[in-house]
Design a protein around this ligand. Structure first.
Ligand code: DX5
Ligand code: ZN
Length: 216
């Protein structure tokens, strides 16, 4: 089942409640929250308080992508704010296994994120603890960037790693996703697609979500 997770990084920050209601009305599967601390990535966006604020405006699962250093510090705050899925960057955490465990102990789905250059070997020994693995197809920190095609090969390799090990984790791809790039990613094995710019700049966002999901 292919899921589409619009990123509210591209939404109107002055009307976020409205934005998530629209995302749900457009037929999306998740709300993708791009949490940035201005340290791991140059940009600062928002924290758990934004998650809490939008929680009452949507019944969709909230998929929080932590682009922050020491992500473990924020796990309980995102649980209390109503996040359903919490992913964090392996490049920003010294104790990946422990942080995954902490997220699961808090009752959320847990996942790790790899930047485009980070090798899959970094997560070889934690696959069984992951509900989802997010592969960045842009360098984190901004919406509207160009898709990095080398990541397609990485999706294929990850899919094989998961299948060979009998693991059921979702593969999420994030950055530069539109109906064209989505096709390559889905064919390679990704099943959760983050899309910010392509959805929020579309004349017909519901149709764009449909085209991303039913890649032709
Ligand atoms: C980038 C974020 C992505 C980004 C995707 O740091 O993690 O989620 O917002 O946005 P688009 O789809 O605009 O590339
Ligand atoms: Zn993201």
């Amino acid at each position: 089942m292919i899921k589409v997770a619009p990123s509210i990084l591209s939404a109107d920050f002055s009307a976020m409640g409205e934005a998530v209601k629209n995302v749900e009305a457009w037929g999306a599967d998740y709300i993708h929250l791009d949490v940035m601390d201005g340290n791991f990535v140059p940009q600062i966006t928002f924290g758990a308080m934004m998650c809490k604020a939008i929680r009452k405006h949507t019944s969709l699962p909230i998929d929080a992508h932590l682009m922050v250093r020491e992500p473990r510090k924020y796990v309980e705050a995102f649980r209390d704010a109503g996040a359903d899925i919490l992913t964090f960057h392996v490049e920003a955490d010294d104790h990946i296994h422990g942080t995954l465990q902490k997220i699961k102990e808090c009752g959320m789905k847990a996942g790790v994120v790899l930047n485009p250059a980070t090798s899959l070997s970094a997560i070889e020994y934690v696959l069984e603890y992951c509900d989802m693995i997010l592969l960045m197809s842009v360098n984190p920190g901004m919406g509207g960037q160009k898709f990095i095609p080398e990541v397609v090969r990485k999706i294929e390799k990850l899919k094989k790693m998961l299948d060979d090990g009998g693991h059921k984790a979702d593969i999420e791809i994030d950055g530069g996703i539109n109906p064209e790039t989505a096709k390559y990613c889905i064919d390679a094995g990704a099943n959760v697609l983050v899309a910010g710019n392509s959805v929020f700049t579309s004349q017909n966002p519901a149709n764009t979500i449909k085209l991303i999901r039913n890649h032709f």
